[in-house]
Design a protein around this ligand. Sequence first.
Ligand SMILES: [Zn+2]
Length: 555
Amino acid sequence: MMKTNLLTLAFSTATILALTMCNAPSEEGPSEAAGINGETIADHIKILASDEFEGRKPFTTGETKTIEYIKSEFEKMGIKPGNGDSYYQKVPLVSINATVETNMTITSGSGTKELAFGSDYVALTRRVQEDISVNDSEIVFAGFGIVAPEYDWNDYEGLDVAGKTVVVLVNDPGFGTGDNTFFKGNSMTYYGRWTYKYEEAARQGAEGILIIHETIPAGYPWEVVQNGWSGSKLYLKSEDNNASRCAVEGWISTNAAAQLFADAGLPGYYFNNEARKPDFTAVSLNQTMSVSLSNTLETSESNNVIGLYEGSERSDEYIIYSGHWDHLGIGAPVEGDSIWNGAVDNATGIAAIFEIAREFTRLEEKPKRSVLFMAVTAEEQGLLGSAHYAENPIYPVTKTVANINMDAMRAIGKMKDVTVIGHGQSELDDYAAEAAATQGRYILPDTDPGKGYFFRSDHFNFAKVGIPALYAKGGYEHIENGVEWTKEQQADYTANRYHKAADEYNESWDMSGIVQDAELFFQIGLKIANEDRFPQWKEGSEFKAKRDADMAQAN
Ligand SMILES: [Zn+2]
């Protein structure tokens, strides 16, 4: 032990010397002046999104280059390792390619029917196991598969689903009701996400779960399910090899579901309506399901990169700035370009984190609380790096005050708005509004809340474990060019660069909007860092009950 410590000490001294030298004024350009600097952000983006970084895919040399770059930038700034002596948190992942060994069969009193893989159903497993089979598992219709204390709603009430397969509806009971107080109407709640339904079924101890696909409440056609559920998938690999997940997770088509209900003597549409009623109770469909899968497994490790800037008074309380470092790597060439550089998505977020971190280190008075700068991995594969941190937190969740996430910041200039994704969830909205006012900007709730964007970037994993999270950016009304122009820019990005090889840095980028957002996030974080209070989830938030219970237990 002693030897290790001495080595570490020697290393730190060398680092400090190197750092001092790097900080010599002659070596730094305009970025030496205080304030978030657009040129510095652009310089980082140019490097992170260069072809040399190969599209920053996990487990490639692109990952090695990226995480070393982030680590060395943290070191230069005097941001300390965030995981003991290390800047890295290992993220164990497993790639599972599940193929159906024996097709899904449904057995009722009148015999056994086989479903067709792809057109009737899809099925996978997250269990790290070569063979999985479910045999004659009783099928239970569990409504929407939701347990939501804030709506006094429990589709699993009085139900023992051990060894059974639950069949549940997509989205949540509020969708289509037009009642914004009931599961937020058409705005998607956490409970509407298919990922939630799988997790809840696992918590309840079900053996299998099948979600009934319906195009309108799902927001996409069956083909999306079909295509998205074939081939190998990357998952987090937990210590129990994901044994706590359901053995089989899948979807069934509307037609296949209608047949299940018909064979149970129940009309499908009647049931869809029935499941929305508060007094709905789950019902056995008097049929059983069997299926067997064979898995090709590959395990590997990626890395989150975490830096810590210690607070002066309440250093055991933390604010997390997050952004994902990964992107999609190298693919089939498009017009001669095979590198998915991920300049907007998300070299911008990492570059902004660097500048925010530097602002903290340049403060005359250190912040009272500690600040964590977290560059997480495998967001593009399903928010896996942030999920791993949230499930294996280095700092206690109840001591983590807030998360501010940055993903795909837009280099199209200053905005009048601050669009808050998931507006209404937490008091961080109010912090954002206050900071926005100092910039002469207004707060705009997410213009498309039905898409559930609040559940689709890394902040969501922090929210899930109870940490209030802010995901916001300017993106609606350009300060000079207005709303329509901004819409055109957004549409152009989505159509031509989003998740494409063409997401590259361009010298024509206007960095002022990213600077404006980074300044906003710095202000918000600094205010929280110097306060005593913990920002709360608002009434009606899906994350409030868990946070309140955890905080009550911790205090
Ligand atoms: Zn992204």
